[in-house]
Write a protein that binds this ligand. Structure first.
Ligand SMILES: C[S@@+](CC[C@H](N)C(=O)[O-])C[C@H]1O[C@@H](n2cnc3c(N)ncnc32)[C@H](O)[C@@H]1O
Length: 499
């Protein structure tokens, strides 16, 4: 909904506008003007118009910050403005909110004021919300290209599966082993049959089928979304809730960065010209933080353990940083992330698993943009090779022996930082290992640790509460990690699908 605010002497003297502007921005209304009985010009960063200008501005509703008096209404009536299109936020707050939020609210607003001298000048940017996006999305890569990506990813998967240990800390854990077998029957059948075409089919809409159970949605992502869509405006409200957190977490809240690449048949909500899924806010926030943390380093190596379908890797690779994304994961999820990242970034250089003796030193890793390795290859990475080790919603879900081994590897391979998000409390959901029982890292000091900012993972969530933890190497090379930015970030990649 497009609205204007009414400027009155009472509201001026009560300083009542900020509250109104905040409410409107939070509930999906776009404010385009202030209206005053006499004056014209600008007011609080918006055009100041008279009642006779209102009709030409495409305004749906005029909102007052204070109770409306006959004196306020008289110039509006004189200009022919219908009284059904005027409301007072002071006396009709719930009606205002309901009107602004109709169909989930049409706009997402980012408030980032400027300062003129010492005066705060409000400024708001809006992105249009077009409702749920659930139709099929044509893939960015043609069928021949997709099959060639699938074949490469499947060959690497096949080799890794043969070489994967069946016991010890690098064997698939009890939790994920049972879960994958129970939720991905078509995938395992295709693997047993060596049926690349069937795997290619599964991967081509991996964001809506069993290939991303537990990494994008459970039980099957699309089923979860369908029930969400039936919540109607609630779908958009869920995305708005994520958006309202994300916009405070990133320096540049540019929604075009959140648009899903046309890979794996994405779904979500139309925002601006792209399809945005609630999950992407987390991954973008992580990727922006990582890019800023590593800005002083040219071509930083980011090792991500348990990267799921590749969402964080994708945000990192498309946000203009020149980091190398090095993913380590169980072969069953690695094949999905490999496909997703290769199809979303066909121009990038990619290294996949070739065998147990493969060299994974810094020079080799930097020859590529994307490196995807099975988990058991982690010991092949030399000491102090990577700049950052990340692990999101993952270590806590593993067997304890695996957690201990991976943390030993963090201590050994990261030269700079360890950033992870893992359980603080299991909530009502399950018996996993919270961060408080993780073995301590000998070489690292925790710089900060806080409960998750995201509602689903926060302390008030009944599901499970995660922490966000940043640790730095005790003997960190300060000149390397805290110097000036090595380069200006390149332009980010944008995906737009007209609607
Ligand atoms: C819940 S998903 C999280 C995915 C992604 N990091 C995110 O935040 O959306 C858990 C990830 O941990 C990985 N994982 C589970 N057990 C593992 C193990 N023993 N070794 C390596 N990765 C493992 C899974 O394959 C999956 O990618």
């Amino acid at each position: 909904m497009t609205i204007a605010f009414l400027r009155t002497p009472q509201a001026d003297s009560a300083n009542a506008y900020n509250k109104l502007e905040f409410e409107a921005a939070s509930h999906g209304a776009r404010a385009v003007a202030y209206v005053s009985a006499g004056e014209k010009g600008t007011f609080r960063g918006l055009p100041l118009v008279t009642p006779s200008d209102l009709a030409s501005l495409g305004i749906d509703l005029l909102v007052a910050a204070m109770p409306l008096s006959a004196e306020d209404l008289q110039p509006l009536t004189a200009a022919g403005w219908p009284m059904s299109q005027v409301m007072s936020h002071a006396t009709e707050k719930e009606r205002c909110r309901a009107a602004w939020s109709q169909n989930g609210g049409e706009w997402m607003a980012t408030r980032h004021p400027g300062v003129n001298g010492t005066e705060l000048i409000p400024k708001v940017e809006y992105a249009k919300v077009g409702g749920p996006a659930v139709g099929p999305v044509a893939p960015i890569v043609d069928a021949v290209g997709r099959l060639s990506i699938t074949t490469r990813a499947f060959d690497a998967f096949h080799l890794a599966r043969v070489d994967a240990p069946s016991s010890g800390p690098y064997a698939i854990g009890r939790n994920w082993g049972n879960f994958l077998r129970a939720t991905r029957p078509q995938f395992y059948a295709a693997v047993e049959a060596g049926d690349v075409a069937a795997i290619d089919n599964l991967l081509s809409d991996c964001l809506r089928n069993e290939m991303t159970t537990g990494t994008f949605g459970t039980p099957v992502p699309y089923e979860a979304y369908n029930s969400w869509v039936s919540a109607g405006a609630g779908t958009v409200a869920g995305v708005r809730q994520q958006f309202n957190i994300w916009r405070y977490c990133v320096a540049n809240a540019d929604v075009s960065r959140l648009a899903a690449p046309p890979v794996g048949d994405p779904f979500g909500v139309w925002v601006g010209e792209g399809i945005v899924h609630p999950n992407t806010f987390l991954n973008d926030c992580r990727a922006q933080f990582v890019s800023e943390l590593l800005a002083p380093i040219d071509r930083p190596l980011v090792l991500d353990l348990g990267g799921g379908f590749g969402g964080f890797g994708h945000q990192l690779l498309s946000n203009g940083s020149n980091a190398v994304y090095v993913g380590f994961d169980l072969p069953e999820n690695l094949i999905v992330a490999t496909y997703f990242l290769m199809a979303a970034h066909p121009e990038k250089r990619v290294l996949l698993y070739e065998g147990r003796d493969q060299v994974l030193d810094a020079k080799t890793l930097r020859d590529y943009d994307i490196v995807m390795m099975p988990n058991f290859m982690l010991p092949r990475v030399p000491d102090r090779t990577v700049d950052l080790f990340t692990n999101f919603i993952s270590l806590s879900e593993m067997d304890y022996a695996s957690i201990a081994e991976y943390l030993r590897q963090v201590d050994r391979v990261s030269n700079g930082f360890f950033y992870h998000e893992n359980l603080l409390d299991n909530g009502e959901n399950y018996e996993f290992y919270p961060v408080s029982v993780f073995p301590a890292l000998a070489q690292f000091k925790t710089l900060w640790s806080a409960p998750s900012r995201w509602p689903f993972f926060s302390p008030s969530s009944p599901h499970h509460c995660h922490g966000e933890v940043l640790a730095a190497r005790r003997d960190l090379d300060v000149a390397r990690y805290f110097g000036a930015a090595s380069r200006a970030p390149k332009t980010a990649i944008r995906y737009a699908t007209a609607y």
